[in-house]
Write a protein of this length. Structure first.
Length: 409
């Protein structure tokens, strides 16, 4: 886990802006506009610490730690970049908007000057020969950003120390960065100011690199996909229905499961009773969903259902997210792996898309995954390759029929 994250700080983080520069150079040679600063060419995702399919060592706590460590990796990188910019941007000339922002920050800090100075002294910042004067607006704003990045780092360290602390709640209350736009806006303002004062060479150096990194990595560094096997969700719903005296969900046929799940999703009452008896396996799955509700949404990618077989496998995860407060909900992605499941996948998705509630829920967009490894082991490489091809073609056709944009992996 830590080894995988280390590639970001040692290689990927610096390569991204260099790659963007090469693209910009190629575009300029063709007389085309350069890449917009508020967009990313790509985003990074991972399964490290999120893929619990068949691995009992990947628990709710493991996933939480990976999310916190990934955010720490991003924040530490931004902290170093901001400190470097503070040495670069000792410029007094700026736009009126930039001057206004710096004056607003300086005025707020002056009201608590002694406390601010004392806090900064304790933090062992890379220092200058003298305090930053108000006549250097870029450094005033960057100094404020450095303080918030430091606070963010401290909050994340506390989250690692205290496993029961809500990561999202702690970031919201700790004077930390939670929304990447809070970082991007002042940096974009600096860039625009430098361009307006004809300091393009300064704007297009470290500052441009940091803007590219922020748009690519955000505060999360990467989106973590969660993966769990379909029968584990069946066990949870079965435990709920059995506890409530509704019968055994696991023994119901597909039609009864779909009706139950759809009725619950259309209703407003909570389904999962507090204090419900759970065996360890059920408890771990529920703990994972509850942990997801306490993580920043930008740190999470998709919820992938391995060995997905039926439409109820998908609806069960949608329901469990609602019951445990995962908001906004993660997109749910069925992974069809065996030859039989690949062949049945078009019918499975047809059943889902024909469900009025679900079709409204997905808002015209759906992702499916197909299993290259397991299908090959199940049917042989040739049969699996053909089934994979046919399934993809049919899934796209089914999605188009229902007006859904299909994505796949």
């Amino acid at each position: 886990m830590r080894s995988g994250l280390s590639y970001f700080s040692t290689v990927i983080f610096d390569v991204v802006p260099a790659f963007h520069r090469r693209i910009d150079t190629a575009l300029a040679k063709m007389g085309q506009p350069l890449l917009p600063l508020d967009k990313a060419l790509f985003k990074f995702g991972s399964w490290m610490g999120g893929d619990r399919d068949g691995n009992p060592n990947v628990t709710a706590e493991t996933t939480r730690d990976v999310v916190v460590l990934a955010r720490l990796e991003a924040v530490n990188s931004y902290f170093r970049q901001v400190e470097n910019l503070m040495f670069d941007l000792s410029i007094w000339r700026c736009s009126s908007e930039m001057k206004e922002l710096a004056e607003r920050i300086a005025a707020a800090e002056s009201r608590e000057a002694a406390r601010v100075a004392e806090e900064r002294k304790k933090r062992n910042y890379a220092d200058f020969w003298a305090p930053i004067p108000s006549t250097e607006p870029f450094r005033v704003v960057l100094s404020h950003m450095r303080d918030r990045l430091y606070n963010t780092r401290q909050v994340l360290h506390q989250c690692l120390i205290h496993p029961n602390m809500s990561v999202r709640g702690a970031l919201e209350e700790g004077g930390a960065y939670l929304d990447i736009e809070d970082m991007a806006r002042p940096l974009q303002l600096m860039y625009d100011s430098l361009i307006s004062t004809h300091d393009e060479s300064v704007a297009n150096a470290r500052l441009l690199d940091l803007l590219r990194q922020i748009r690519t990595f955000g505060l999360s560094l990467m989106g973590l996909d969660i993966r769990q096997e379909s029968t584990r969700h069946t066990e949870v719903v079965d435990a709920i229905t059995t506890y409530l005296g509704l019968g055994s969900y696991a023994s119901w046929d597909e039609a009864k499961r779909l009706k139950f799940l759809t009725d619950e999703l259309q209703g407003k009452r909570p389904l999962m009773p507090p204090g419900m008896d759970m065996n360890p396996d059920v408890k771990e799955v529920v703990a994972t969903f509850r942990m997801l509700s306490e993580l920043p949404h930008d740190s999470l990618g998709a919820y992938i259902i391995s060995m997905a077989k039926t439409a109820s496998d998908v609806l069960a995860v949608v329901l469990l997210q609602r019951e445990t407060g995962v908001r906004p909900a993660l997109r749910v992605v069925p992974l069809f792996e065996t030859l039989e499941d690949l062949n049945n996948a078009p019918d499975t998705m047809t059943t889902l898309f024909s469900n009025d509630w679900y079709r409204s829920h997905i808002n015209g967009l759906h992702e499916c995954m197909i299993g290259y490894s397991d299908s090959g082991k199940d049917a042989g490489r040739l049969a699996a390759a053909w089934a994979l091809y046919e399934t993809q073609e049919k899934l796209v056709s089914v999605a188009a029929k229902w007006g859904v944009c299909a994505m796949g992996a």
